[in-house]
Design a protein around this ligand. Structure first.
Ligand code: SME
Length: 167
């Protein structure tokens, strides 16, 4: 029996409207998970774990934080990853430099993609902004080609808006 306090199981998420409901539920869960904790690293760690376990078909979910002029690896779930990414480099550095989400259906077709885990086939990177300031990015990788669509982009941007104030 599905626990109504948990996000809708992904197996029942098919249409964009279903994904919208799924992400709103996950955003509420994240909001509750992060509420009252002032430590940004603890919150990023819990957010990465919650996202990794809520979304199916991921092999990596986590954060890169802006440190001076480059991105530095933050809390994540998945295989060990490259630690530093220059702004404008790879999918993460491009999303950070352009301050916009980047959806990559096929990582092999993205010039400059940085392969941290050779299992990754598709990727979604969403910038984390607080009061107009770039904090870093949320990075999701999947071993499935074209795993992410526009509904995932919109949904993950909602998650980023919930997470950013807690970082
Ligand atoms: N693929 C990313 C690098 C980070 S890993 O996926 C965790 C990129 O091209 O920026």
């Amino acid at each position: 029996m599905h626990d109504p306090a948990r996000p809708t199981p992904w197996t029942s998420v098919r249409r964009a409207a279903d994904k919208d409901a799924f992400y709103h539920e996950l955003a509420r869960e994240l909001d509750a998970l992060l509420a009252g904790e002032p430590d940004g690293i603890a919150n990023a760690a819990n957010a990465a774990a919650a996202i990794f376990h809520a979304l199916p078909d991921l092999n990596w979910a986590g954060f890169y934080f802006l440190r001076d002029t480059e991105l530095v690896l933050g809390p994540f779930q998945g295989r060990p990853a490259c630690v530093r990414i220059a702004l404008g480099q790879g999918v993460c550095g491009t999303a950070a430099a352009q301050r916009r989400s980047i959806l990559v259906p096929d990582v092999e077709a993205f010039p400059g993609h940085i392969a941290c885990d050779t299992a990754s086939r598709s990727e979604l990177v969403v910038p984390l902004l607080r009061d107009g300031t770039l904090l870093g990015v949320l990075d999701l990788d999947s071993p499935v080609l074209a795993r992410f669509d526009e509904a995932d982009r919109v949904g993950c941007e909602l998650l980023a808006r919930v997470i950013a104030p807690a970082l």
